[in-house]
Unconditional design. Structure first.
Length: 132
């Protein structure tokens, strides 16, 4: 799994730093940003193996990011992370699935759950990858 690049998008700095630390300790190259608008700029100038994005953010939320990523010719797995759906009248989880989110993780999630989800997406053969 070495040299896999991840675009990490979350408006909560503590969450973003924690996830980045987990990924970097496990051999991923992580590019971080705090909103969907900035993520699209970064995405248009770089290539990534995976996108991990929060769904509710002030500037360019995760749904907008999913919509725009779906319109690109690049097929890239996207993991949506969220603090929950409370207060939403919209079926956000259903919308994420329709927009081809590869997985949805509800915060707080275990480090092992995140890494197993990533392993399953980037290594669909089912063979476990070795990390440092």
């Amino acid at each position: 799994m070495h040299n896999c690049s991840v675009l990490l998008v979350d408006d909560n700095e503590d969450t973003r730093k924690t996830i980045a630390s987990i990924l970097e300790r496990n051999g991923f190259q992580v590019t971080q940003t705090e909103n969907g608008k900035e993520a699209l700029k970064i995405f248009s100038n770089s290539s990534f193996d995976l996108v991990v994005t929060d769904i509710f953010m002030a500037e360019g939320d995760g749904l907008e990011l999913l919509i725009l990523l779906k319109t690109t010719s690049v097929e890239i797995p996207v993991i949506v992370i969220t603090g929950g759906w409370a207060g939403s009248d919209v079926d956000i989880a259903g919308a994420c699935r329709r927009l081809s989110a590869a997985a949805i993780l509800e915060k707080p999630f275990r480090e092992t759950h995140l890494l197993e989800t990533i392993d399953g997406l980037l290594n669909p053969s089912g063979l476990k990858t070795t990390r440092p």
